[in-house]
Design a protein around this ligand. Structure first.
Ligand SMILES: Nc1ncnc2c1ncn2[C@@H]1O[C@H](COP(=O)(O)OP(=O)(O)OP(=O)(O)O)[C@@H](O)[C@H]1O
Ligand SMILES: Cc1ncc(CO)c(N)n1
Length: 266
């Protein structure tokens, strides 16, 4: 059977522990029956406890991977994850600017929930120039604080931050609520210039949450590649990450990964 699948690309870092980054993205694409392609930006030595070393690839090596995919395969949607430093962000931004008809999900990876800094200090200004290319931008609580310049402690703060960040040029923004330890945990806020609303499922009581952010943005990307609208893609992705959390994996001595293949576990 000659089946033509949707194709998605992830431009992100490798997580040796397999819970986040490229590894989470490709598993998420597979779950959605979307063919996953990848451009590796950096290699992290990482486990459920945190990141112990990061090695960047040269910007030229990253662009060559993206170009190899785009010159040969029809890509419907892409996501960016850990872009690490200013030269990488600038090279990726330049390449993505030239694309037409490709939905871009930008996960502005700066700080993980374990507190690990995943981007150089001087890269944040460069990241702000990538943001206008976003169909959907997915900052976590801490990234939203940096991008909006305000502290986020309440639902009202999440809403005003989403609106402020939308002003940076993304078509839609999701401020994610995984970083709270109160009733806001697991509540996200969506803003697309007209609709300001909560994305809620249920809060899952687990410490094994490694890779939730990568999984959400990859699932949005997969659903966009499948042809869903950005809002529908976000709602479906939220359902997927909730299920994956519900079946999270008790591996390692820190925060274990989410269960991307949960139907096989039931
Ligand atoms: N305990 C939980 N219950 C339900 N949903 C959760 C929980 N923790 C995180 N989420 C959801 O997971 C998604 C990712 O959000 P989160 O704030 O964890 O991102 P992140 O900090 O970028 O993740 P990462 O751990 O990969 O760095 C969001 O939809 C968030 O609401
Ligand atoms: C490679 C990589 N990308 C993203 C994150 C954010 O969770 C991480 N911990 N590692």
């Amino acid at each position: 059977m000659a089946y033509i699948p949707p194709v998605a690309l992830t431009i992100a870092g490798s997580d040796s522990g397999g819970g986040a980054g490229i590894q989470a993205d490709l598993r998420t694409f597979s779950f959605h029956a979307v063919h996953g392609t990848s451009a590796l930006t950096c290699i992290t030595a990482q486990n459920t406890q945190g990141v112990s070393r990061v090695d960047a690839l040269a910007p030229e090596a990253i662009i060559a991977q993206i170009e190899a995919v785009f010159t040969d395969m029809g890509v419907q949607a892409l996501k960016t994850g850990m872009l690490l430093n200013q030269p990488i962000i600038e090279a990726v931004t330049d390449y993505l600017k030239g694309l037409v008809d490709v939905d871009c999900v930008i996960d502005p990876v700066m700080v993980s929930r374990t507190g690990a800094q995943l981007i150089d200090d001087n890269a944040i200004a460069a990241l702000k120039k990538l943001i206008p290319l976003a169909t959907v931008l997915t900052p976590n609580r801490y990234e939203a604080e940096i991008l909006s310049g305000q502290s986020i402690k309440t639902l009202e703060h999440m809403k005003t931050a989403a609106q402020a960040i939308h002003g940076l040029g993304a078509k839609a923004v999701i401020v994610k609520g995984g970083g709270f330890d109160n009733e806001l945990r697991g509540i996200d806020v969506w803003y697309d210039g007209t609709t300001l609303t909560k994305l809620t499922t249920s809060c899952i009581d687990t410490a094994d949450t490694h890779g939730t952010g990568c999984t959400l943005s990859a699932a949005i990307t997969a659903n966009l590649a499948l042809g869903h609208t950005p809002f529908e893609a976000a709602k479906r992705a939220k359902e997927y990450v909730t299920q994956a959390l519900n079946y999270s994996l008790r591996i390692g001595t820190g925060q274990g990964p989410v269960g991307h293949f949960y139907p096989l576990l039931t």
